[in-house]
Design a protein around this ligand. Structure first.
Ligand SMILES: Nc1ncnc2c1ncn2[C@@H]1O[C@H](COP(=O)(O)OP(=O)(O)OP(=O)(O)O)[C@@H](O)[C@H]1O
Length: 266
């Protein structure tokens, strides 16, 4: 099986200075891998490198066999760290999710400007995160946990090959963590490949197949969660900020390649 992401002896950092280096791992289709490690160890720097937000400073990284620097936009969906949309954004939920489709607005993809197809993709992405009935709501009226789900839908709106998330359950209360874990379970059941930075492995225990640990800029463990060495999950965030209703989902894992929103891509 060819990997979705293959990282070999890679280094990523800022202004020419590596923060993580000698990192080697692969992510196969349908796999869900958690990235653990202490605060400041370089987890965000690594995953932001995979979406081109930090500098690639060594080694080889490929996305579906394409060198990172040349990889097609839209292959990777990214949900940034600690982000909600706050109360100051005046936009509908569907409009925010639609911004995820900017990668398809290229002059080389005139067919992708098709507004009806975009609307369908946005609606399917919202259904996947359980917000299909909130498309027209003002995003500022949503709870923090719901806004997280909007951001996941935004990342899904291009039917990416892999979803990379930075602490999707941080800063939300236990009820919201369950809701978000349910969303991720549903995506996993559809065969979605995911790489998830988290300090809350317990909340995602039903979703995660494997963990990698980053400590002091190096990958120090790659294997099953139940064989983690002591201290492998150090680091934490504690900022609870909202509440939500519960929901969950579960189904057998069926590995597929591109995240299928159930309709034509792009
Ligand atoms: N924009 C930046 N420019 C320079 N250095 C940075 C930048 N962002 C982060 N760093 C540095 O990179 C190192 C690793 O930070 P990073 O955010 O990747 O860690 P992390 O493991 O994700 O931490 P946390 O769990 O707290 O989110 C830190 O020393 C940090 O100061």
């Amino acid at each position: 099986m060819s990997p979705v992401i293959e990282v070999t002896d890679a280094a990523f950092g800022y202004a020419g200075q590596p923060v993580v280096s000698h990192v080697t791992f692969r992510l196969d289709p349908g796999e869900v891998v958690a990235v653990l490690g202490p605060n400041g160890s370089g987890k965000s720097t690594l995953i932001k490198g995979l979406v081109g937000l930090t500098e690639e400073l060594g080694g080889t990284t490929t996305i579906l066999g394409q060198p990172l620097a040349q990889a097609e936009r839209g292959l990777v969906g990214y949900v940034p760290q600690r982000h909600t949309l706050g109360t100051s954004v005046r936009a509908s939920v569907a409009e925010i999710v639609g911004t995820g489709r900017v990668a398809f607005m290229s002059m080389w993809r005139p067919w992708a400007r098709n507004p009806a197809r975009s609307r369908q993709a946005v609606a399917r992405a919202l259904d996947l995160v359980g917000l299909g009935d909130r498309a027209d709501a003002d995003v500022s009226a949503l709870s923090g946990g719901q806004q997280r789900r909007v951001l996941i839908a935004r990342a899904l709106a291009t039917s990416p090959e892999v979803l990379i998330m930075d602490e999707p359950t941080a800063g939300v209360d236990h009820g919201n963590q369950l809701v978000l874990a349910g969303v991720l379970e549903r995506l996993k059941a559809r065969g979605t490949t995911m790489l998830i930075v988290t300090h809350e492995l317990d909340a995602l225990a039903t979703v995660v197949d494997r963990v990698v640990v980053i400590e002091d800029g190096r990958l120090t463990y790659d294997g099953p969660a139940d064989s983690l060495p002591p201290g492998g999950t150090r680091g934490h965030h504690h900022d609870h900020d909202d509440e939500d209703t519960g929901e969950s989902a579960g189904a057998p894992v069926i590995p597929t390649a591109r995240i299928d929103l159930g309709g034509p891509r792009a």
